[in-house]
Design a protein around this ligand. Structure first.
Ligand code: B3K
Ligand code: ZN
Length: 873
C-alpha cells in the first residue's frame, strides 16, 4: 500500500452543490439511489479531467446516468482502487448513481452497518464511499436531502441529519421519511439510523431565544440510562454560548446510542451517534469516572458542531484542526464545571503515559502528519491530546481574552469552509497582532521536547537565574529538530513554603510565564529575598519533559506548599518516581529492596488533614502506574516495575495501615448516590484508602472490602472493591468475580468490566483463561467493546502478557491476524503494545519483535500493514 502526502494536496476537480439520497432499507439488501448536482470546480483550473468518485469493494454498482442519459458500460469503469471513473461529463450536470450494499455483512463497522437489530452509519473518515460512489473528501461540502424507506413495523425510528421535512407511506406500505440538512457538509458528517428505538425529549432555549428540541434515542431496555447524558448536553450547549459565543444552528439535536461502534462517538451534523459505553449511565451500573467521561464526550461531540462541522478540515492531514481544538474545548468545559486541578492532573497523567509513549515510538508523528497510508491510524493521542496541548499553549500565550478574539475571528472568517491548521493559527495571529511563525513548529515536528533547568542564586545581589536548554529527540523521518516555543508558567517558593515575590522585566509578581524560544537561554529574577525552590511548568503549561535536579526535601516542600495544585501533585509523583526507579534497579540486580520511603510521612500528613480536597488527596496517594513507569524507563522491564510498585505500595500500606483504616471508616458513609463533586471526591479517597488498607494485609480490611462489594448501591464502590480484590490477588477474588457476573449478566456494559478484570487476573490457567473468556457466552467478536475489554485486561496482565516465552505476544499477534479480516480498524489499534518492542529489555524485545514479524508475513489490511511495517522499519 502506498502513502499519501500532505504536499500533494490539490483542490477537487468537481463540486457537489446538492446531494439527494434515497435508502431502501431491507434486511437482505439496501438499495441506495444518489442524485448529485455537480459542476466543475472553477478554482481547480482543469477542464478535461475525468470524474473520479470514491467507492468500496463492498459497493455494487447498478447503474449511472448523467442528466437523463443512462451511461452505457463503455462510458465508465471501476478502477483498481474501487473508484468509479466517468471519462466525459458536461461542466454542470445531475449524476444519478444506483448502488446496492449489504449492511448486515459489514463487519468493518464503517459506512452503513447493522448493530443489534438497527441500521446505523459511521462515515468518518472514509466510510461514506462504502455506501455509494462519491467525492469522499472533507473539502467537498454539499447540502444533503435524505429519504429513508423501511418497514415501519420493524424500523419505526428513521433518522438522518437536519430536520424531518416529509413523512409518508409507499405503495408497498413501507414508511418513507425525508430529512433535509440546510448546512453544507462533507460526506463524513452524514448519518442515518433506522431501528425500533425509544427516546427522551427536552428543549434548550438558545441565547438568542430559539427553542431547540433535544432527543436521545436508545434500544428500549436502555431508556432508563439516558437522563444524565441529556443534562450533560444542556450544560454543553450553555457553556459553548457563554465561553465561545457559539449557538446551536438547527431546530433539533439528536443523539443515538449503538452497541457496536469502533470508537467513542461521532459528531454527525444534528445526529450524533455514540458508542453506548460513552452515553448510558445509571448509578448502579456506571462508575464515577464513566459519568465524567460521558459528560466530556457528550460535550466534545456537541462542540464539534462549530469546531469541525461549521468550520471543517480541508484534508485529513488537518485532523488536529478539529480534534485538538475540540479536545481543548471539552477539557476546559470539564475544568470549569468540576475541579480544575483534578481534571488537569488526570489529563496530563494520560498524556504523559500514553501520548509520550507514542511520540517516542515507531508511529511518532507531528500533530499535523506529513503522510499516511491509512488515515484511520491517525486518530491518535498525538492528534487529539497533544493537539489539545498545542491549542492550550496558544491560549496561555494570548490569554483568555486574546484567545477568544482569535476563535471569534476563526469562526466568522471560515464559517462554511474547509480549512487548515495554518488558517487557525492565522486567525489567532491576526486577532492579536502577534507572530506565531516559530510556534507553528509544534504542528510539523514530532517527539516530546526535553527541557533541562539549572539555577544560581546570588545572595549579595538578590538575583536568581534560571538556565534553560531544550532539545527534541529524533523521531522516524525527522533526524534533526529546531527549538520550539515553550511557555513555562512558574513561581518561586521560599523555605517556609510561601510564594516569593520577584521582579522580572520591571514588574513585581509571584507568578509569570517565561516563553522559551532558543536552544539555550537564561532568565534573571531580581529582588529575590532568599534562595528559592523553583516551581516550574505550573499546570503543565507545555507538553514537554522538564527536569530540574530537586532534592527529596525540595519536592516535599512543593508537595506541601506550592500554590499551584498541579505542581503539588506532580512533586509527590516525582518523589514516588525517584523511589520506584531505585527499587526497579534493585529488583533487576537482585538486591534486597529498600525499606525507607519519604512518602510515608508526606502521606501521613495528607491523611491527617481532613480539610484537604479528598479528590486531590486521592490523586496524590495514587502511585505512578506501571504504564507511566514504562514510558519513563530506558528499557522496559514490566515484571521488575510491577514488583517494585507492589513493594512500595505494600510498604506505605503497612506503615500507615491505621490511617488508611480510619480514613476509610470516616468516608464510608451511607448517602443517596449522586455523581456530584463532593461525593465523587469522597468515594475516590475512600477507595484509595481501601486499596492501601487491604495491601497492608489487615484481615479487617478484607472484610470491609467484601462488605462494600456486597452492600454497595452504586457501581463505583462495588467495582472498586472488586478491582482491589483482583489487583491484590485476594483469595476471595474468584468468588467475587463470579458473583459480579451473576448479578450483572444482563448489563452488557458491566459485563465488559468483568471481562477486563477477569483477563487481568494472575492465574495458573495462563492464556487458556483468555481463550476461555473469548468462548464465554457474554463475549461477541462483532462487538469492539468486548474485544477492547478482553485485550485491555490481557495487556495489563504483566505476568501473562510479558511472559518470557513470548507466548503472550504471539497470542495477541494471532488474534490480530484473525480480527484484521473482519475489522481492520480495531485490529490495528490492538497492535499498539507490540510497537514498543525496541524499548523492552532484551529478553522481551526479541520475542515481541518475532510476534510482529509473524504478523507481517501474513496478508494484511492497510491499517495493520502500516503499523506493523513502521514498527519493524
Ligand atoms: N470524529 C470522531 C472520530 C472518528 C474516527 C474515525 N475512525 C469522534 C471524535 O473525535 O469526536
Ligand atoms: Zn472529536
Amino acid at each position: 500500500p502506498a502513502a499519501i502526502y500532505l504536499k500533494d494536496y490539490r483542490v477537487p476537480d468537481f463540486l457537489i452543490d446538492r446531494t439527494e439520497l434515497v435508502f431502501d432499507l431491507d434486511d437482505s439488501v439496501t438499495v441506495v439511489t444518489s442524485k448529485l448536482h455537480m459542476r466543475r470546480n472553477p478554482s481547480a483550473g482543469r477542464i478535461t479531467t475525468p470524474l473520479v468518485l470514491d467507492g468500496g469493494e463492498d459497493v455494487k454498482l447498478i447503474g449511472v446516468a448523467i442528466d437523463n442519459y443512462t451511461l452505457p458500460a463503455e462510458e465508465y469503469h471501476i478502477n483498481a482502487e474501487h473508484q468509479l471513473v466517468i471519462t466525459a461529463t458536461p461542466d454542470q450536470f445531475l449524476l444519478t448513481v444506483e448502488t446496492v450494499i449489504e449492511p448486515q455483512n459489514n463487519t468493518r463497522l464503517e459506512g452503513l452497518y447493522r448493530s443489534s437489530g438497527m441500521f446505523c452509519t459511521q462515515c468518518e473518515a472514509e466510510g461514506f464511499r462504502h455506501i455509494t460512489y462519491y467525492l469522499d473528501r472533507p473539502d467537498v461540502m454539499s447540502i444533503f436531502t435524505t429519504t429513508l424507506i423501511a418497514d415501519g413495523e420493524k424500523y419505526p425510528t428513521l433518522l438522518s441529519n437536519g430536520n424531518e421535512v416529509e413523512r409518508g407511506v409507499s405503495d408497498e406500505g413501507k414508511t418513507i421519511v425525508t430529512w433535509h440538512d440546510p448546512h453544507p457538509k462533507p460526506a463524513y458528517l452524514f448519518a442515518l439510523v433506522a431501528g425500533n428505538l425509544q427516546h427522551i425529549s427536552d428543549t434548550f432555549t438558545t441565547s438568542s431565544g430559539r427553542d431547540v428540541t433535544l432527543k436521545i434515542f436508545t434500544e428500549p431496555h436502555n431508556i432508563d440510562k439516558v437522563d444524565y447524558a441529556m443534562g450533560a448536553l444542556k450544560r454543553s450547549m450553555k457553556w459553548d454560548e457563554d465561553v465561545y459565543g457559539r449557538e446551536y444552528d438547527l431546530d433539533i439535536f439528536m443523539i443515538v446510542a449503538v452497541d457496536d461502534f469502533n470508537m467513542g462517538a461521532m459528531e454527525n451534523k444534528g445526529l450524533n451517534i455514540f458508542n453506548s459505553s460513552c452515553l448510558l449511565a445509571r448509578p448502579d451500573t456506571t462508575t464515577d469516572d464513566a459519568y465524567l467521561r460521558i459528560e466530556a464526550i457528550v460535550a466534545h461531540e456537541y462542540f464539534h458542531n462549530w469546531s469541525g462541522n461549521r468550520v471543517t478540515c480541508r484534508d485529513w492531514f488537518q485532523l488536529s484542526l478539529k480534534e485538538g481544538f475540540t479536545v481543548f474545548r471539552d477539557q476546559s468545559f470539564s475544568e470549569d464545571l468540576h475541579s480544575e486541578t483534578v481534571k488537569r492532573v488526570e489529563d496530563v497523567s494520560f498524556l504523559r503515559t500514553a501520548q509520550f509513549a507514542e511520540d517516542a515510538g515507531p508511529m511518532a508523528h507531528p500533530i499535523r502528519p506529513a503522510s499516511y497510508i491509512e488515515i484511520s491510524n491517525f486518530y491518535t493521542l498525538t492528534v487529539y491530546e497533544k493537539g489539545s496541548e498545542v491549542v492550550r499553549m496558544i491560549h496561555t500565550l494570548l490569554g483568555a481574552e486574546g484567545f477568544r478574539k482569535g476563535s471569534d475571528l476563526y469562526f466568522s472568517r471560515h464559517d462554511g469552509q474547509a480549512v487548515t491548521c495554518d488558517d487557525f493559527v492565522k486567525a489567532m495571529e491576526d486577532a492579536n497582532g502577534v507572530d506565531l511563525t516559530q510556534f507553528k513548529r509544534w504542528y510539523s515536528q514530532a517527539g516530546t521536547p526535553r527541557v533541562q533547568v539549572t539555577d544560581e542564586y546570588d545572595e549579595q545581589a538578590q538575583t536568581y537565574t534560571l538556565n534553560f536548554s531544550q532539545m527534541t529527540p529524533a523521531t522516524p523521518g525527522q533526524p534533526t529538530k529546531l527549538p520550539v516555543v515553550i511557555p513555562v508558567k512558574m513561581g518561586l517558593i521560599g523555605q517556609d513554603g510561601s510564594s516569593l515575590r520577584f521582579n522580572l522585566a520591571g514588574e513585581t509578581t509571584t507568578e509569570t510565564v517565561i516563553t522559551l524560544t532558543q536552544g539555550e537561554e537564561s532568565v534573571v529574577f531580581e529582588q529575590v529575598a532568599e534562595r528559592p525552590v523553583p516551581s516550574l511548568l505550573r499546570g503543565f503549561s507545555a507538553p514537554v519533559k522538564l527536569s530540574y535536579d530537586y532534592t527529596t526535601e525540595q519536592l516535599a516542600l512543593l508537595l506541601a506548599h506550592d500554590s499551584d495544585g498541579f505542581n503539588r501533585w506532580n512533586s509527590g509523583q516525582q518523589i514516588a518516581v525517584n523511589e520506584l526507579q531505585a527499587l526497579i534497579a534493585q529488583v533487576q540486580s537482585g538486591e534486597s529492596l529498600n525499606q525507607e520511603s519519604a512518602l510515608v510521612s508526606g502521606f501521613s500528613q495528607l491523611l491527617a488533614d481532613e480539610q484537604l480536597d479528598s479528590a486531590m488527596v486521592a490523586l496524590i496517594l495514587t502511585l505512578p502506574s506501571v504504564a507511566y513507569l514504562s514510558e519513563l524507563a530506558e528499557q522496559i522491564d514490566p515484571q521488575a516495575i510491577k514488583t517494585a510498585r507492589d513493594h512500595l505500595k505494600g510498604q506505605i500500606a503497612k506503615a500507615l495501615s491505621e490511617s488508611f483504616a480510619s480514613t476509610y471508616e470516616r468516608l464510608n458513609v451511607q448517602e443517596a448516590y449522586q455523581p456530584n463533586e463532593a461525593q465523587i471526591a469522597r468515594r475516590a479517597l475512600k477507595n484509595v484508602a481501601l486499596s492501601y488498607w487491604v495491601a497492608s494485609g489487615d484481615e479487617q480490611a478484607q472484610q470491609a472490602l467484601v462488605n462494600q462489594f456486597r452492600n454497595a448501591d452504586n457501581m463505583t464502590d462495588q467495582y472498586a472493591a472488586l478491582a482491589t480484590a483482583v489487583d491484590q490477588d485476594l483469595e476471595v477474588a474468584d468468588e467475587l468475580l463470579a458473583s459480579f457476573y451473576e448479578q450483572w449478566q444482563q448489563e452488557s456494559l458491566v459485563v465488559n468490566k468483568w471481562l477486563t478484570l477477569s483477563a487481568s487476573q494472575t492465574s495458573a490457567e495462563g492464556l487458556g483463561r483468555i481463550e476461555r473468556l473469548m468462548q464465554h457466552p457474554s463475549f461477541d467478536l462483532k462487538n469492539p467493546n468486548k474485544l477492547r475489554a478482553v485485550f485491555a485486561g490481557l495487556t495489563q496482565n504483566v505476568t501473562l502478557f510479558h511472559d518470557a516465552s513470548g507466548a503472550g505476544y504471539r497470542f495477541l499477534a494471532d488474534q490480530i491476524a484473525v480480527l484484521d479480516k473482519r475489522n481492520p480498524q480495531i485490529a490495528s489499534r490492538l497492535c499498539t503494545p507490540l510497537t514498543r518492542w525496541r524499548k523492552m529489555v532484551p529478553s522481551l524485545s526479541d520475542p515481541m519483535k518475532s510476534a510482529l514479524q509473524q504478523l507481517a508475513a501474513g496478508d494484511l489490511s492497510k491499517d495493520v500493514y502500516e503499523v506493523v511495517s513502521k514498527s519493524l522499519a
